[in-house]
Design a binder for this molecule. Structure first.
Ligand SMILES: Nc1nc(=O)c2c([nH]1)NC[C@@H]1CN(c3ccc(C(=O)N[C@@H](CCC(=O)O)C(=O)O)cc3)C=[N+]21
Length: 296
């Protein structure tokens, strides 16, 4: 049997970051403006720290300004809201990201909704969610945006395709479904209570797996030739007991025997998420300054 082609998110994102860097350089030259991204991290989750560091590095590599704000795990809601307010008012900051999940004593909805809508580069603010759902200009969540870019590069026109999104989170599943719908796919959102998950996934021309359960989608659920986007990034112990490795929500080994194309983990959706964060920051900066936004 022929093997699925690999959708190389690492190469795709490097390319996108290159185009972003070109536009950032032009913004500086022609307008004297440097796009700025502020990341707020509360607490010391090691995985979050790694991720925030790589975001900061890639932000600087694209020619943008990176502002990192690390607050202790016991930060009060009042202090965090004051920090967001300060960033909302800072003209050097065009994008604000508050790393999730927040410690349990903080109301993440309240915090996210206190971010200036125009600086909400995660696209999680209720106003951006509503704008996306009604087809108006918004800032689109980075992970779903990256998935759509890869799908369009792989398949071209998506209209009329059967798309199944597994997972109904606010950060991936729901916005992913909105974007697929906007591309005129027939969209199903499946989740833990879906009666016949295997049968539902088997109908799909496009499968987006975003549940956070290691290798839960086996190849036998995949329709031959389907395009599989694996959003999961799960750390599992290595077979030999030494350290850990990253696996997706899809069982890659069996799925690649059936799918037409598939994203790997790592090197698939993850790098695209960060590139889209930079893209959203550039977009927010252009909008804030009345400069036409680049087609990326
Ligand atoms: N407000 C907010 N916005 C986010 O976008 C957000 C967040 N909070 N909280 C945490 C999650 C996680 N996330 C990742 C993005 C890229 C990789 C990534 O690039 N992963 C590499 C592997 C990295 C490794 O080796 O650990 C890959 O898939 O190839 C991972 C994880 C964004 N998140």
């Amino acid at each position: 049997m022929t093997q699925a082609s690999l959708i190389d998110g690492k190469a795709f994102s490097a390319d996108l970051r290159g185009r972003i860097a070109t536009h950032v350089a032009r913004l500086k030259e022609e307008h004297g403006i440097t796009p700025g991204l502020a990341v707020v991290l509360v607490g010391e989750d090691p995985a979050s720290q790694v991720y925030v560091r790589s975001k900061g590095k890639q932000t600087v590599e694209a020619g943008m300004a990176s502002f990192e704000h690390k607050l202790p795990a016991d930060t009060s809601e009042e202090t965090l809201l004051a920090k967001v307010r300060e960033l909302n008012e800072d003209p050097a900051v065009h994008g604000i990201l508050v790393q999730l999940p927040l410690p349990k004593h903080l109301d993440s909805d309240l915090v996210i909704n206190s971010i200036d809508v125009a600086k909400d580069v995660d696209g999680f603010h209720i106003s951006n969610v509503g704008l996306l759902a009604t087809g108006q200009k918004s800032l689109v969540p980075c992970t779903p945006l990256g998935c759509i870019m890869m799908l369009k590069a792989e398949l071209g026109d998506l209209s009329g395709k059967e798309a199944v999104v597994i997972g109904r989170s606010n950060i991936v599943g729901k916005p992913m479904a909105q974007l697929l719908l906007a591309e005129s796919c027939t969209v199903t959102i499946a989740h833990s209570r879906t009666a016949d998950l295997a049968g539902t996934v088997r109908r799909a021309d496009i499968v987006v797996a975003a549940v956070g359960r290691p290798q839960m989608v086996p190849g036998e659920w995949i329709k031959p030739g389907a395009t599989v986007i694996d959003v999961g990034i799960n750390r599992v112990p290595k077979e030999d007991g030494e350290g850990h490795r990253l696996v997706g929500d899809v069982d890659f080994a069996s799925a690649k025997e059936v799918a037409g194309a598939i994203t790997p983990v790592p090197g698939g959706v993850g790098p695209m998420t960060i590139a889209c964060l930079l893209s959203n920051t550039l977009t927010a900066c252009c909008r804030a300054n009345g400069i036409p936004e680049p087609e990326l």
